[in-house]
Ligand binder design. Structure first.
Ligand code: G3P
Ligand code: MG
Length: 254
């Protein structure tokens, strides 16, 4: 798998409401090759693209996802909090997001997001199964902070590319890696440690950092061998990733 240097975090989330179909489309329109999306399950087991434990911050509703059903989330407006331009945007079902990612020929880092009260095995089983039905192995990277979810993902598919997600990379990363056989380690760049990075490189794994929106402060980490970053706007790093006006569906030449 050719891992990307830039991954649009939650879609092109600087320019469109995070984790929505609009943010996926905006990333493709800007010429991004890869995006990251968070997936979790509603109380009725429906997998949806959403980051938070509740709908409060990014919709016009209130309540915990774990208490909601598909019929309850569908009427929510998940775009107006970001800008009136996105009024009426609906929470994306995993299946809708996968179809769009596939149609746009994007690579996807699907983060299995385990907020309190959710079952890691249920989420991994549903999300990995559906993603593998739609995306080829070389355009799918599954990650999680939750090692139980990753164990289920690995048990389902021996060939699936996995990313181990941490805040600061802990000492146990190597034993996690031995068990889960990931292709990459993902960590908070503000807690990055040079010695850990060297260990990871020696093990032949890629290092991806989140969420990097300050290219100047980050610059020296490229020299230390970081392979890629999650960023809300790849255009901050490379002007070739230009935001397009909404509705302009032309893809930039790569
Ligand atoms: O996967 C990288 C990054 O998305 C992890 O943090 O909180 O943005 O999902 P978060
Ligand atoms: Mg995420």
């Amino acid at each position: 798998m050719q891992l990307p240097r830039y991954i649009a975090h939650r879609g092109l989330s600087k320019h469109a409401p995070e984790n929505t179909l609009a943010a996926i489309q905006a990333a493709a329109d800007a010429g991004c090759e890869w995006i990251e999306l968070d997936v979790q399950c509603l109380g009725d087991g429906t997998p949806v693209i959403w980051h938070d434990e509740s709908v409060d911050r990014c919709s016009d509703g209130k309540g915990a996802l774990v208490d909601m059903t598909r019929d309850q989330i569908r009427p929510l407006d998940v775009g107006s909090w970001f800008s009136s331009e996105f009024r009426g945007e609906r929470m994306a079902l995993l299946d809708e997001a996968l179809s769009l990612v596939s149609a746009l020929e994007l690579g996807l880092n699907l983060e299995l997001k385990l907020n309190p009260g959710h079952d890691p095995v249920e989420l991994a089983n549903i999300a990995v199964h559906r993603a593998r039905q739609v995306l080829p192995l070389d355009r799918l990277l599954v990650s999680s902070f939750d090692m139980t979810a990753l164990e289920s993902a690995r048990a389902q598919d021996e060939e699936l590319a996995l990313g181990l997600l941490y805040e600061a990379v802990p000492r146990r990363w190597a034993s996690d890696a031995e068990r889960l056989r990931p292709v990459s380690i993902h960590a908070d760049w503000t807690q990055l440690d040079q010695e850990r990075l060297i260990e990871i490189q020696r093990a032949g794994l890629a290092m991806l950092c989140y969420t990097v929106n300050d290219p100047e402060r980050f610059a020296s980490w490229w020299d230390h061998g970081v392979n890629g970053v999650f960023t809300d706007d790849p255009g901050l790093f490379d002007p070739r990733y230009q935001r397009q006006a909404r509705g302009d569906r032309r893809r930039k030449p790569r």
